[in-house]
Write a protein that binds this ligand. Sequence first.
Ligand SMILES: Cc1cc2nc3c(=O)[nH]c(=O)nc-3n(C[C@H](O)[C@H](O)[C@H](O)COP(=O)(O)OP(=O)(O)OC[C@H]3O[C@@H](n4cnc5c(N)ncnc54)[C@H](O)[C@@H]3O)c2cc1C
Length: 412
Amino acid sequence: MADRHVAFALIGGGLAAGNCARWLRESGADGSILLIGREMDLPYNRPPCSKGYLQGHESREDTLFRPAEWYEEQQIEALTRVSVKSLDTSERTVELSNGESVGFDKALVATGAGVRRVSVPGAELEGIHYLRTLGNSDTIRSDAAGKRVVLIGGSYIACEVAASLTELGSTCSLVMLEGVPLSRHFGEQAGRFFQDRMAEHGIEVFGDDELERFEGADGRVTRVVTKSGRQLDADAVILGIGAVPDVRLARTAGLEIGERGGVLVDSRLQTAVPGIYAAGDVAEYESVVHGGDRLRVEHWDVAFNHGKTAALNMLDRDQPHDVVPYFFSDLSDWASLEYVGPASDWDQEVVRGSIDEGEFTVFYLNDGRVAGALTVGRSDDLEHARRLLADGANVGDRASELQDDSSDLGSL
Ligand SMILES: Cc1cc2nc3c(=O)[nH]c(=O)nc-3n(C[C@H](O)[C@H](O)[C@H](O)COP(=O)(O)OP(=O)(O)OC[C@H]3O[C@@H](n4cnc5c(N)ncnc54)[C@H](O)[C@@H]3O)c2cc1C
């Protein structure tokens, strides 16, 4: 027998849960809403953890999804520092780490993702950091600013942190498996553009290499050794080698886990158990804008919009999640990118604008269809890319128009 009952239990105190609570209220839900998060902060935006907050330009309050008063005004009960220990999908109850047992009518699993860790020799040394939370960002700033820092990883977290720490006076080197940073998602020619921006600001980039081990003295890291034999002196190390969806609760609750490691949901973000939904980084959903393909995407905008879609469906609005995934990233104020996709494969890159002049859009075509697009400084192009991607129209034989800056993308 549960200690109490709520209409909506939102599990995970991140963006997806926060925005779900908002849309439940904005869409007229008058039942009780309980949001349960294990972090010390109310739902907040993680992007500043590697950018403005890390650099010291944004405060902890600035990062909040909504200020504390908002939850009171909206009569949303938001618990922090409380974990959901178990979810019983047939009894429809959650057991909380504060000892409470709470029954619910509908629930959202929005437990996010955790950092991928390495287990190489020396991985336990002091001075080796991962980044997921505001607290991690605080620790990195106090431990790595103004020092020699080696970053492991060629994706956006390592690149953004390298840029932010450079602004804080650190000397940064980046070691990564790929030849060119950011090339896994954006291809080599765009990746080189970002690598050049980093090099201009003194960041050394070592591609096609792999972490072998850490060496240290007195329990603290002093050197990074790579598989190619490179030895890089380091006062601190930041690992940005990916994230793993946090499906521990969902798995023990018996919810189905998909091929991409996320909680399987349909196009309405509902699991196989009626009334139980998943959203954000943890959700592996059927994407109606990708012909029903299953996607699991770790983007701020996806978590945000998933929160809304889940809320509408909890209110029986039968709303497919039909938003084209959007991503943004900044390398300090040196370069900003926006992207729609995600393109898992492409066989052609069409560049509109000029990479050399730093204003360009790359369209990633697969079999003639727009699978993704990246832009630096040309946001308007992205609106067209979004439409072309959702339409699934074949524009392969009109690539010259995509490329020609004087042609009207609206006519494609
Ligand atoms: C440093 C950093 C920078 C980023 N920058 C960008 C960017 O520039 N652009 C972009 O598009 N995306 C960016 N992202 C990704 C974006 O922040 C995520 O996609 C987004 O936060 C996902 O939101 P979420 O609500 O699904 O999960 P999360 O934000 O991970 O929230 C899930 C929450 O649930 C909690 N939780 C888990 N299990 C339980 C449990 N059993 N009980 C209670 N609570 C639980 C977790 O502790 C966590 O607080 C960035 C991510 C990071 C880490």
